[in-house]
Every structure is written in structure tokens, then in C-alpha cells.
Design a protein around this ligand. Structure first.
Ligand SMILES: Cc1cc2nc3c(=O)[nH]c(=O)nc-3n(C[C@H](O)[C@H](O)[C@H](O)COP(=O)(O)OP(=O)(O)OC[C@H]3O[C@@H](n4cnc5c(N)ncnc54)[C@H](O)[C@@H]3O)c2cc1C
Length: 452
């Protein structure tokens, strides 16, 4: 649904009430930095973009509103990586580093031939290793800085305004990459966006990921083998009224640390991740559901009798918000029919994976086994702005295609493509991302190890 098309959708499902207006006096803001490439948001997409841009010789700044890189990997303590048979490049480096640090365990879902596996990582290992990846690439990092406005000059962005403990400050840049997940920079720049499914604007639910320690690993694994995803026990507890979480089973993963498991099980529906009131309510409801799931496990599942909740995510996991309009919209047909693109910058084969926006159920539509779909460069070039690229789950796609593209290996690969593109534009003195020779971009990506 196009934002603003239907009453209220762009005001959130639970909009913050407006009591009146205050005219802020005009003031001069200090310019604190200038970059060739400015990346906003340090999640998987932003890290891929910043590292790739810096390695291609661009003076690169990465701005992140929290105190660690990783986005949903760290602030969301996601802990799980889905199979990534067609993603290599910077993402493969990350997995290798996590494995070397003892912070990765392959769970056997993927090919496990060096660039295809799937598994669980330790989010603390992720924090420290991602710091090092970013810093060693020569990127200048800014934590605790949120982009709240942009400086637009015709069809270009001159920079952004960040807010932090030091107040409002300006960062200028030749090229800007929006990796905020929610497309904040693009929306602030006036680029049109869509949100949710066409029928009613419904978005995938949020999930408060949590960890439990003190799990008897072997007995818990045996319980899961006997009752896949603990679904029988879960449905029985639901029937008894002990569980109210609107999910059909218990999605759990065994972490690298002995006795520690993660749970992607809570489900908070009808909330908009870009709205303050909605995210606040979702955090509170998410933690309430965590307590419920933990109590269920302790009572009903052998292996969890003595387990305790050791961590809930600092920020609730937001699967879906805005999708930014670019020069091309990736569709479900492109995913399912694995349509090739001459300007492909990333590949993947994760399926269309839609957690029901309204309650129980997960819709799954698979691309053919052993084949990859492609993400074209044109789907990350923001409409109407010549120096803005998207490197995030919010690239231009339909609700259905977004549900396939969004997983972290693929988003990081898109980021790697965006970062290289922005750096090449600067190197060649181009004023528009649309002037870039896509063959040069793809050749550059191949040389740095990406699979395109
Ligand atoms: C509950 C849940 C389960 C999932 N399960 C899996 C899974 O098992 N495997 C998998 O691979 N993927 C999974 N995903 C999908 C995946 O985590 C996301 O799609 C992916 O993290 C998107 O990456 P991103 O870089 O676009 O955004 P994010 O990871 O959201 O990172 C965006 C970053 O930008 C920062 N930011 C946002 N706005 C601003 C601003 N205005 N100024 C400065 N910084 C800003 C944020 O703080 C954050 O660090 C899951 C997602 C969720 C929510």
C-alpha cells in the first residue's frame, strides 16, 4: 500500500496523538564531518555497504543510533542465520570470523561447503567482531547518533542532520546510503514509499527474541526431535489456556554457548515499527509473551526444567515497515521464476516467508531448489534523488518479494553492492548513481569475492 493512500496508514496503527504545534526557532548547526560515502544504519546492510565503500577507496562514515553494529543481529539478538548458498563476499568473512572466535555453530540446515551453511551465532561475539570489521576497513563510526533530517538540494542530498548528546549536527557527503531498515533517510528526503500487503496494509509481526540459559542441551534437543518445534505440547498448552502468543509453534535455536538457546517465538501483531507508541507497546507486549513462553517450556518440555531467561532483545525485532520506491520493484514473480537481471548486484534463494500479519500461520512459497534469484542495481536507486542508494531490507520490492529478500546474508550482499557502487561513483566523479557502468560494478564486486 502506498503511504498516505488510505486514511491513517502513514500515521501508524496506534498513532501518537498530536496535541498542538510548536514553532522551532531557526538556528545554525555545526558541520562536524564530511564524507565521500555516508551510510546511515549499521545493520547487516549498512555494515556491508560501509566496508565495501571503504575498501573501494571512499572516505566512509557509518552512523548508527545504538551502541553496537549489527542491527537486528545485535540490538535484536537474532542469533540465527538462514542458509545462504548464493551469498559470499563480506558475509562469508563475517561467518568465518565468528567461527574462529567460537561464536558460531552450524545447525546443518544449509550446504556447509564454506559458503552455504546456516546456524546460530553468539550476539556478544558479533558485537566485538563487527566493531573490528568496520574499523579495520577504515570506516569512521558514529554510535548514538540518529539521523532525523536530511539536507536536500534539488535532486541531490547534501547531507544529513544527526541528533545525539551533543545536539543537532550536520554530516555532509557526496553519496548517501540508506541502511536504516525503515528507509528513514529516503522518507525524510521525500522519496515515495509503500508499506504492507496490498489488501489491507498489514505488515509481518514483530518478535521479541530472547535467550534462555541453564538448558539441558541434549534432553532439549531430544524433546524437539520427538515433537518438532514443540508444536504438539504448545498447541495443547494453548488449548488449556496457558499460552496466548499468536504463533503456531516454538521456533528455537541452540546457541554456541553450552546450555543457551534462542527463541523466535513471540508474535506482536498490528503494530507499525516506525511509530513511537506502537514500538513502545510492542516492547511491553513482547516481554509479557517472553515470560509466557519461558513458563511453558519449563513446565512442559524436558530439558528446560531449570532454564531461565537470560536476555531479551534491547530492541524488538521489526520484520517489515516501509519499502522505498526505486527505479524497479522486485516482485514475487522475479523470486519464484528466478528472473535474471543484467545489473544483478546480489543473489539469494531464501523463500517468500510471510509470518501472518494477523495471527497464527506462516505462508511459504519456494523458488526452485538449487537456483538463485537476483537483485538488480536499479531496485536500490532511490526515485528522484541522484545520490541516494538503499542497502537494507527496505529496497524496492513488493510485500511478498520483501519477505524473501529480507534475510541477513542477502541484505548484507545488497549492502556490499551498494557500497561498491557509491565508491565507484565518487571515484569516477559521477553526479548520479544512474550514470554508473553496471558491468564495472559487477566486475568490482566479483573481484572482492561477491557472487554476482
Ligand atoms: C524477529 C525477526 C526474525 C528474523 N529471523 C531471521 C533469521 O532467522 N535469519 C536471517 O538471516 N534474518 C532474519 N530476519 C531478517 C533480518 O534480521 C532483517 O531483515 C535484517 O536485519 C535487515 O537488515 P537491515 O540492515 O536492513 O536492518 P536492521 O538489521 O534493522 O539494521 C538497521 C540499523 O539501522 C539503525 N537505524 C535505524 N534508523 C536509524 C536512523 N534514523 N539513524 C541512525 N541509525 C538508524 C538501527 O539502529 C539498526 O542498527 C529476522 C528479522 C526479525 C525482525
Amino acid at each position: 500500500m502506498a503511504l498516505g493512500d488510505q486514511g491513517g496508514q502513514d500515521e501508524g496503527m496506534n498513532p501518537t496523538p498530536i496535541l498542538g504545534f510548536y514553532e522551532e526557532p531557526a538556528r545554525s548547526l555545526p558541520v562536524v564531518a564530511e564524507a565521500d560515502v555516508l551510510v546511515v544504519g549499521g545493520g547487516p546492510g549498512g555494515i556491508g555497504a560501509a566496508v565495501s565503500a571503504a575498501r573501494n577507496g571512499a572516505k566512509t562514515i557509518l552512523v548508527e543510533r545504538f551502541g553496537s553494529f549489527g542491527g537486528t543481529w545485535t540490538a535484536g539478538i537474532l542469533s540465527a542465520i538462514m542458509p545462504y548458498p548464493y551469498v559470499r563476499g563480506i558475509f562469508s568473512e563475517v561467518i568465518a570470523v565468528w567461527a574462529k572466535a567460537g561464536g558460531w555453530v552450524d545447525n546443518g540446515w544449509g550446504k556447509n561447503d564454506g559458503h552455504g551453511g546456516a546456524g546460530n551465532y553468539d550476539s556478544e561475539t558479533a558485537k566485538v567482531t563487527l566493531d573490528q570489521l568496520v574499523v579495520k576497513a577504515g570506516v569512521t563510526p558514529y554510535f548514538f547518533a540518529q539521523v532525523t533530517a536530511v539536507i536536500r538540494d534539488g535532486d541531490r542530498l547534501r547531507g544529513v542532520i544527526i541528533e545525539s548528546k551533543e545536539g543537532r549536527q550536520v554530516i555532509l557527503a557526496k553519496m548517501i546510503i540508506d541502511s536504516s531498515g525503515d528507509g528513514d533517510v529516503s522518507v525524510l528526503a521525500g522519496v515515495p514509499a509503500d508499506q504492507g500487503r496490498d489488501s489491507d496494509g498489514g505488515v509481518q509481526p514483530m518478535t521479541m527474541i530472547f535467550k534462555m540459559t541453564g538448558v539441558d542441551d541434549e534432553r532439549a534437543a531430544a524433546s524437539r526431535r520427538a515433537d518438532p518445534d514443540f508444536a504438539r505440547a504448545w498447541q495443547a498448552a494453548k488449548a488449556r489456556g496457558e499460552v496466548t502468543v499468536p504463533r503456531e509453534d516454538v521456533l528455537a535455536g541452540r546457541n554456541p554457548k553450552p546450555g543457551e538457546w534462542n527463541f523466535n517465538t513471540t508474535r506482536i501483531i498490528n503494530k507499525d515499527g516506525t511509530k513511537l507508541r506502537d514500538v513502545t507497546d510492542a516492547m511491553i507486549e513482547g516481554r509479557r509473551q517472553v515470560a509466557e513462553v519461558a513458563a511453558f517450556l519449563r513446565k512442559n518440555v524436558p530439558g528446560f526444567e531449570h532454564a531461565v531467561v537470560s536476555e531479551t532483545a534491547p530492541h524488538i525485532g521489526v520484520r517489515e515497515t516501509r519499502r522505498i520506491r526505486c527505479d524497479y520493484t522486485v516482485t514475487a514473480k522475479d523470486i519464484i521464476e528466478v528472473v535474471p537481471f543484467g545489473d544483478c548486484i546480489a543473489r539469494g534463494n531464501w523463500f517468500i516467508d510471510i509470518h501472518s500479519p494477523t495471527g497464527e500461520g506462516t505462508e511459504r512459497i519456494h523458488p526452485p531448489e538449487g537456483k538463485w534469484y537476483e537483485i538488480p542495481y536499479r531496485s536500490i536507486r532511490a526515485q528522484g534523488v541522484e545520490n541516494l542508494l538503499i542497502a537494507s531490507r527496505c529496497i524496492d520490492s513488493t510485500h511478498e518479494a520483501h519477505a524473501a529478500i529480507r534475510i541477513t546474508p542477502q541484505v548484507m550482499a545488497i549492502g556490499e553492492g551498494a557500497g561498491a557502487a557509491a565508491a565507484l561513483c565518487v571515484k569516477q566523479g559521477l553526479t548520479s548513481t544512474r550514470q554508473l557502468d553496471v558491468n564495472l560494478l559487477r566486475e568490482t564486486l566479483r573481484k572482492q569475492g561477491a557472487f554476482v
